[in-house]
Write a protein that binds this ligand. Structure first.
Ligand SMILES: *Cc1c(COP(=O)(O)O)cnc(C)c1O
Length: 308
């Protein structure tokens, strides 16, 4: 039996995701045509880049017949929720290693409650240890504690070489559809893959939603792990993190609510709102020449359960 076919049959992703034209004077005034790549519609529980990054890992896990999947995230992680949902849909047990030991004694927030309802076993660890999970001995210790030895390990945020290669398909779907493709970045795995899938002359812009400055180097290293000839057709637009991950100041909230009103698009706040805001700002600053078609990747949809 070809189990890689099973994944699409079982989960029925909507691929390629639709491209939607929007009319918005904040772009039209500058001769920029805005289109939305609706990756939020790929799958209700595994939207957008979460599908694109998890699917290749799930294929390997299914083909290898692994008994369990373990992954890592913070209390509001979209990636943890997507992994938990995938586990439930595929009948593979999942373990989530969650940053923050102090959370163990408290009621679960809505995001973690969803993970638990999807059957994910949650294991809370101190931040000091969580930070060192890439070290082999620390990882082995964490897996042992969590009862997850021998499990298939998906890294935090889901960005490994298989995931990055999966995101190249997003770029390939956009060939011929835009001059510039923009995406919000957490780990940068989606941008790393997307850029590699684009055609000649197209370029990608990433908008980091975390403060930091390490991201460009991480993206280059993800690309080196996934591709033989990593492309240099991407750049980051810094300065649009609004104070850090999952921070949604009033002005950003107002921007997102207004965008929803104008375009009937549910705007996910942690990533997509920051991306769309950055694009209006960069366009007004003359960053895209007249005649540019700009594709914004809508990587996810808002969760009724709050940020993350
Ligand atoms: C996880 C996530 C991202 C970030 O993807 P990376 O590959 O980690 O950069 C962007 N948008 C949404 C909606 C997400 O859930």
């Amino acid at each position: 039996m070809n189990r890689s076919v099973d994944l699409d049959l079982l989960l029925q992703p909507r691929l390629p995701s639709p491209v939607q034209e929007v009319r918005d004077e904040r772009f039209e005034r500058y001769g920029v045509r805005l289109v939305l790549k609706r990756d939020d519609l790929v799958h209700p529980q595994l939207p957008g880049n979460k599908w694109r990054k998890l699917a290749p890992n799930l294929r390997v896990a299914l083909a290898d017949g692994v008994g369990r999947i373990v992954t890592f995230g913070g209390a509001y992680s979209n990636h943890l929720r997507a992994t938990a949902a995938a586990g439930r849909l595929l009948g593979i047990p999942t373990v989530g290693v969650v940053r923050g030991e102090e959370l163990a004694g408290r009621p679960l927030n809505a995001s973690l409650a969803r993970c638990a309802a999807d059957g994910m076993r949650l294991h809370f660890v101190p931040r000091s240890l969580y930070r060192r999970k890439a070290e082999p001995e620390v990882l082995a210790g964490l897996l042992a504690q969590a009862g997850a030895q021998g499990a298939y390990v998906v890294p935090e945020g889901g960005s490994n070489a298989a995931a990055v290669a999966g995101c190249a398909e997003l770029g390939r779907e956009l060939r011929g559809a835009a001059d510039v493709v923009a995406v919000a970045c957490g780990t940068g795995g989606t941008l790393a893959g997307l850029a590699a899938g684009l055609g000649a002359g197209q370029r990608a812009v990433g908008v980091p939603v975390l403060e930091g400055g390490f991201l460009a180097a991480e993206i280059r290293s993800l690309q080196r792990a996934a591709f033989e000839a990593p492309p240099a057709n991407w750049e980051l637009a810094e300065g649009y993190a609004w104070g850090g991950y999952a921070r949604v100041p009033q002005a950003l909230e107002a921007f997102a609510a207004d965008f929803e009103q104008r375009h009937q698009l549910p705007v996910e706040r942690v990533y997509v709102a920051k991306l769309l805001h950055a694009l209006t700002d960069l366009t007004a600053a003359g960053r895209f020449p007249t005649g540019t078609t700009l594709a914004a990747v809508v990587t996810g949809h808002p969760e009724p359960s709050g940020p993350g």
